[in-house]
Design a protein around this ligand. Structure first.
Ligand SMILES: Nc1ncnc2c1ncn2[C@@H]1O[C@H](COP(=O)(O)OP(=O)(O)O)[C@@H](O)[C@H]1O
Ligand SMILES: [Mg+2]
Length: 291
């Protein structure tokens, strides 16, 4: 009789790996032991939604530049999708605080822009324009912008412009979406609307997301793992798994479990802001060590 042995499952290779990554912005700074980010260790599974929170200037955007290959580390190693990062990545899409749409292009043409300038899409853009257009229309529909395809950026609200910017980041179907404070300039209600838009897209398409934010509620609502960064030089000091159901609606933000997580993270940030209370920089202040 055949033994009931489970088939061997190959160990899952993490999608993003940072191994003891340090970055100084020029060659002189390492000699002075001055780094923008220090000793960053991170492992992100495929399809995970990770948020990185920390005070202004702590190195969040620097972390993003390292993740996209726009900056090479001074020390350490970064692997994305099993490959060492050696230059700017094509498998990611990015969106920032400013939607930075081209004012002379319609919504649809702003979303299509990356396909017009980045290979391999650029070479076949004319031939496949119809297909790309229908992909762009599909995305715009998903984020609630059906009917706005032919409007110009100045005819859209700030929240609508940010929706367009997210569609533009996703048009080439990236494996990873990098968001650097994308909702920072929006009012609280619009921000919450866009949280839901982003969560729905992620639940449907399961690309990896790395979201950088200084909004704790945003990080807990959206992410399944939150990393807290210390003040400059940036280190990860806390890693928190958000143990909430994946299908979240805004009601959850008023629940005790949600508020407790936000409160706990706030405690770590609070401690960072009072120098006398700060533990030694290496100290991991959570029961869950950063990976
Ligand atoms: N291009 C740069 N050249 C030199 N220093 C920089 C550069 N960009 C950022 N820094 C410095 O690195 C640190 C982290 O900055 P940044 O990553 O932008 O922080 P955050 O995004 O968390 O606000 C800051 O001290 C900042 O002054
Ligand atoms: Mg920044």
């Amino acid at each position: 009789m055949a033994l009931d042995v489970p088939p061997e499952v190959p160990p899952e290779v993490p999608f993003v790996v940072f191994q003891d990554v340090w970055l100084a912005y020029n060659n002189r700074l390492p000699r002075e032991n001055s780094f923008a980010v220090e000793a960053i260790n991170l492992q992100v599974r495929k399809g995970q939604f990770v948020a990185i929170v920390g005070p202004s200037g702590c190195g969040k955007s620097t972390f993003m530049k390292l993740t996209t290959g726009l900056r090479m580390p001074s020390k350490g190693r970064i692997l994305i999708d099993g490959q060492p990062v050696t230059g700017p990545l094509k498998i990611s899409g990015m969106a920032f605080q400013a939607p930075s749409l081209l004012p002379w292009r319609t919504t649809l043409n702003n979303v299509l822009l990356p396909l017009e300038i980045v290979e391999p899409y650029r070479s076949n853009f004319k031939a496949r324009r119809k297909e790309y257009e229908s992909r762009a229309r599909g995305l715009l529909h998903k984020v609630g912008l059906a009917g706005y395809e032919d409007k110009f950026p100045w005819q859209l609200s700030g929240g609508m412009q940010q929706r367009v910017s997210i569609c533009r980041a996703l048009i080439h179907e990236p494996k990873m979406l990098l968001l650097d404070e994308p909702f920072g300039a929006l009012d609280a209600f619009t921000r919450e609307e866009l949280w839901c838009v982003l969560r729905d897209l992620w639940l449907e398409q399961r690309f990896n997301v790395i979201l950088v934010t200084h909004d704790l509620r945003e990080s807990v609502y959206l992410a399944d793992t939150v990393y807290v960064m210390s003040k400059s030089p940036g280190r990860f000091i806390v890693r928190k798994e958000v143990d909430l159901p994946p299908m979240r609606d805004l009601e959850i933000t008023y629940s005790k479990e949600f508020i407790d997580i936000v409160h706990e993270l706030r405690g770590h940030i609070g401690a960072l802001r009072q120098p006398k209370l700060v533990a030694a920089p290496q100290g991991v202040t959570s029961s869950e060590p950063p990976q």
